[in-house]
Structure formats: structure tokens, C-alpha cells
Ligand binder design. Structure first.
Ligand code: NAD
Length: 497
């Protein structure tokens, strides 16, 4: 297989490509067949600390934070152009690292370029605002400034997309950063740093360290020179990062997991509901934070809908990223495959009815990859393990509801609150349910679309803060109030005599 990233030094610190201080490396293997994709440097705590120092210097002494936001925006627009110019290279690298279908990676690169374009365009559009002081003798304004040194820790499911959602707004706002992508999928982060350099990013402003969460991520979350840590990943890791960051009261942005309800009323268009229910959960083999893993279906539709979903799930073709006959790919790792299988076994043990899947596909073609069949677990009980835990695999659980109130109650009965959907032919009911769902994104008669100009993030334990949209830029800004007295004279609050 072609190399996604060559074996030259792959850490980027203070404007230089460097090897890890301890000389360690890691092999990146394609989850579809175990083929070697790249050998990259494996950073340790010393590399992380060096990268933070470089970002600190670039922020405290460098020109980037005070460069005109318009110029910062121009750089992001150049990055967007490079992404589109090199789309084939980026997409191939993403597919090799993740095993996802090439066409999905190509969509991702389009979305990543759009994200850079959006933040490039809005970077200079908000110079702050004048505030009425109530006095002709004073003026007051609120202005937005960068937060400082930002560390970014990202997952493997949408490797470059999750990076872009952080890097683009952070740079637009004038911050410096240290990025640690998932140790499993570093190739496109390396390519992105090359693109940032080509676009003219000054030395020290963007730094890349590759390594594990325990060794490198923990330093990025704890280090006193870091002002903000932005994390996307699992709930348990998010809790740890939040606790580490608390010691120095860093700002924390968390994009965590989801257990996302897909509510289907009996009056929904049947074919549409079936089609979207499948895409909602089986896209990228369920390794999507907003996957519609909980089908919540009205009683009278249950049997017909679930029968059809099972029939169609059994026709989903599984294969490698470059196989023309594949509809979906493998799971990321053997470890993750084991977790998904354990989740299914535990759910069945507590009473879920396994309608299809629940095992690896048979055949030589799948022997070297981490494949798992699309799985449907019917008749799961509210509050059970199956509906409270995220499987992050191709597993659909099915619950029933009787009426609108019941649907909302069940859909909200989760400690997560990332995304949800409602399918119905009644627009009024759709709006009522959408308004009552306690989730950061709600789709009506659709699933999955998001826009760079619309905020993304979680209610409840799905996270803190927002990415994308104006609020996504705001995460990386401090609001400063500047008040000027135009007629300075003694107040004599504490009189001289
Ligand atoms: P993970 O939490 O295991 O790892 C995410 C990142 O955190 C990796 O870079 C990892 O190296 C690092 N990490 C691990 N332990 C750490 C520690 N102690 N300190 C600092 N960093 C540490 O998650 P994952 O398995 O890579 O990703 C899957 C999870 O991500 C799922 O729960 C999914 O829902 C979530 N996710 C959420 C969103 C969103 O937008 N809300 C998007 C994508 C993925």
C-alpha cells in the first residue's frame, strides 16, 4: 500500500520537523487488512513539554496573536485551497488510517476545507462592540482576544475533521496550539501541518506531537503554561481531562460521546424512515459520535419497521476502503472490536433480542481486518446497559413508545445529549418534539447533516462548549471590557481630609 506519511521526522515543534526525544516510533496499520501504512514518531512527556514551550513563546513574544484577523483569515483560506488541491492525498491517507471508504474520506476532506473556509471568512468580521456607558464622559467597548496556548486532543473516527474544528477557529482567533491527534490515526494531521506551513503559519504557532493519551495527552491537559484544553473523545477520558485541567483552572472544551435517539412515529414515510435509520447507525460502522444508535419506534410501526431494517442490514456489504463493492468498512482496532462484541454479549445477557449480526463476518476476506456485522438488538429495556452505554460500533438498539410524551421521555432518558432525530409526517409534532429533546443537534426527517456555520456540541454529559458556528470561534476568544474615562478628575471617594 502507498505510504500516507513518509518515515521522516513527524513531530512538528517550533517550526521544525523533529524525531521523538526518546527515539521511539509507532507503526500505523490499516484496520481493513493490517497493512503497514506509516511509521511515525512516538512522543513522550519531554516532547509535549517542548511543544508547549514553543507555543507559549510564539504567543507571548510572537506576532500571530496581534496579526490582523483578516490576515489570519487569509491564511485559513489558503489552507482550504491546499486541502482541495491535495484532496486525493488527504482522502487516501484518511482511509488508510481509519479503514473508512474512500468516498467517505473524500466527503470529509470537502467538509474540512469548508470548515477552514468558514473560519477564514469570519475571522475578521467581529471587531467587538461599543457599550452604552450612560455617560457622555466615558466610552466603553468589548473586544475579543485570543485565549493563549491551546492544546487539542482528538479521536480516531473522523481524524482530520475533529482536528479542523479546533485548529481553524483557534488560529482565526489568534491563538497558538499544540495538537495531539489519536495515536491510531496521525497521518492527516501530519499532512495538515505541512499545509499550514505552506500557507505561511509562523514557527511555533502550530505544533504537532504524536503519542498516547497517557503519556502525551495528560501533559497537554495538566501543564500550567496551557490556557485552554480542547478535547474530543470518550466520556471517561473527558472526565479525566476535566479533572486534570481543574488544577490550574484552564478553560476546557469537551466534545464527548452520545447515545443518540432516532424517534420514528407511525405517520413517518416508511421508506424514508428505514433508509435513514440504516444510515444513522451503520455509517462508518457506527463509529460516529452522533450515530443514531437508539431507534425509538411507535408501537404500531415496530414490527414492520424492525423487520425491514433487519432485512436491509443483512444486505450491507462490508469491505476495505478501496473496494468498490463495499458499503461500509472495519472497526478501528482489535481492541475496539472486542469492546463492541462485549457490549452486544452483555446486552443480550440482560434480555435484548439479537435480530441480526452480533459477530464478525465469516470468510477469508475479513480475516485480517477488524470487521463486525451490522447488528440489531430488539426489545431493549429503558435504563438498561444496552441503551445507556455507547457501543461506538454498528449496533442498533430498538425501544418502543406509545405517544408523543412517551417518545420524548424515552429519548431524553440518557446522561448523554449530543444529537437526535424525529421522523414524522406531522410538521407540528416534529417541531414540538424537536423543542423538547435535550440534545445539541436535532434533525427532523433527516440524520447526520451538520454545517460549519451552525454550532455543534452536547447537552448534559456529551460535553461542554460548542464547536463550529460563531460560538465555535468564541471558545477560543476572551472577551475584554475596555472602559475609558474621557474626563479624568479626582473622585474624592476617600477625601484627602
Ligand atoms: P478516547 O477518549 O479514547 O481518545 C481520544 C483522545 O484522547 C486520543 O487522542 C487519546 O490518545 C486521548 N487520551 C486518552 N486518554 C487520555 C488521557 N488520560 N489524557 C489525555 N488524553 C487522553 O476516544 P476515542 O476512542 O479516540 O474516540 C471515540 C470517542 O470519541 C467516542 O466516545 C465518541 O463518541 C467521541 N467523539 C465525540 C465527538 C463529538 O463531536 N462530540 C466526535 C468524535 C468522537
Amino acid at each position: 500500500m502507498p505510504q500516507a506519511a513518509n518515515s521522516a521526522a513527524t513531530l512538528f515543534i517550533d517550526g521544525e520537523w523533529v524525531s521523538a526525544a526518546e527515539g521511539r516510533t509507532r507503526e500505523i496499520r490499516c484496520p481493513a487488512d493490517g497493512a503497514l501504512v506509516a511509521t511515525v514518531d512516538e512522543a513522550g512527556p519531554a516532547d509535549a513539554t517542548r511543544a508547549i514551550s514553543a507555543a507559549r513563546r510564539a504567543f507571548d513574544d510572537g506576532a500571530w496573536p496581534t496579526t490582523s484577523p483578516w490576515q489570519r483569515g487569509d491564511l485559513l483560506l489558503r489552507v482550504s485551497d491546499i486541502l482541495m488541491r491535495d484532496k486525493a492525498t488527504f482522502a487516501r491517507a484518511e482511509s488508510l488510517d481509519t479503514g473508512k471508504r474512500l468516498v467517505e474520506s473524500e466527503y470529509d476532506i470537502d467538509d474540512i476545507a469548508a470548515c477552514f473556509r468558514y473560519f477564514g471568512k469570519i475571522a475578521g468580521t467581529d471587531a467587538g462592540r461599543l457599550v452604552d456607558t450612560g455617560s457622555p464622559d466615558a466610552i466603553s467597548r468589548v473586544q475579543y482576544e485570543p485565549v493563549g496556548v491551546c492544546t487539542m486532543i482528538t479521536p480516531w473516527n473522523y481524524p482530520l475533521l475533529q482536528v479542523a474544528w479546533k485548529v481553524a477557529p483557534a488560529l482565526a482567533a489568534g491563538n497558538t496550539f499544540v495538537l495531539k491527534p489519536s495515536e491510531l490515526t496521525p497521518s492527516t494531521a501530519i499532512l495538515l501541518v505541512r499545509a499550514l506551513t505552506e500557507a505561511g503559519l509562523p514557527a511555533g504557532v502550530g505544533n504537532l506531537v504524536l503519542g498516547t493519551g497517557a503519556e502525551v495527552g495528560s501533559v497537554l491537559a495538566e501543564h500550567p503554561d496551557v490556557d485552554l484544553v480542547s478535547f474530543t473523545g470518550g466520556l471517561h477520558t473527558g472526565r479525566k481531562i476535566s479533572a486534570s485541567a481543574a488544577a490550574t483552572v484552564k478553560k476546557v472544551a469537551l466534545e464527548l460521546g452520545g447515545k443518540n435517539p432516532n424517534v420514528v412515529f407511525a405517520d413517518a414515510d416508511f421508506e424514508t424512515a428505514v433508509d435513514y435509520a440504516l444510515t444513522a447507525v451503520f455509517l462508518h460502522s457506527g463509529q460516529v459520535c452522533s450515530a443514531g444508535a437508539r431507534l425509538i419506534v411507535q408501537d404500531e410501526l415496530h414490527d414492520a419497521l424492525v423487520d425491514e431494517i433487519v432485512r436491509r442490514a443483512e444486505r450491507i456489504r462490508i469491505g476495505g476502503p478501496f473496494d468498490d463493492d463495499a458499503d461500509t468498512g472495519p472497526l478501528i482496532s482489535a481492541n475496539h472490536l472486542r469492546k463492541v462484541d462485549d457490549y452486544v454479549a452483555k446486552s443480550v445477557a440482560e434480555g435484548a433480542v439479537l435480530r441480526t449480526g452480533g459477530r464478525r463476518p465469516a470468510g477469508e476476506r475479513y480475516a485480517a481486518g477488524h470487521y463486525y456485522l451490522p447488528t440489531v438488538l430488539d426489545e431493549v429495556k429503558q435504563g438498561s446497559y444496552a441503551v445507556t452505554e455507547e457501543s461506538f460500533g454498528p449496533v442498533l438498539t430498538v425501544e418502543r413508545f406509545s405517544d408523543e410524551d412517551d417518545a420524548v421521555r424515552i429519548a431524553n432518558d440518557t446522561h448523554y445529549g449530543l444529537a437526535g432525530a424525529v421522523f414524522t409526517g406531522d410538521p407540528g409534532k416534529a417541531q414540538r418534539v424537536a423543542n423538547r429533546l435535550r440534545h445539541g443537534t436535532v434533525w427532523i426527517n433527516d440524520f447526520h447533516p451538520y454545517l460549519p456555520q451552525a454550532e455543534w456540541g452536547g447537552f448534559k454529559q456529551s460535553g461542554i462548549g460548542r464547536e463550529l458556528g460563531r460560538a465555535g470561534l468564541g471558545e477560543y476568544q476572551e472577551a475584554k471590557h475596555v472602559y475609558q474615562n474621557l474626563r479624568p478628575a479626582p473622585q474624592n471617594w476617600f477625601p484627602e481630609e
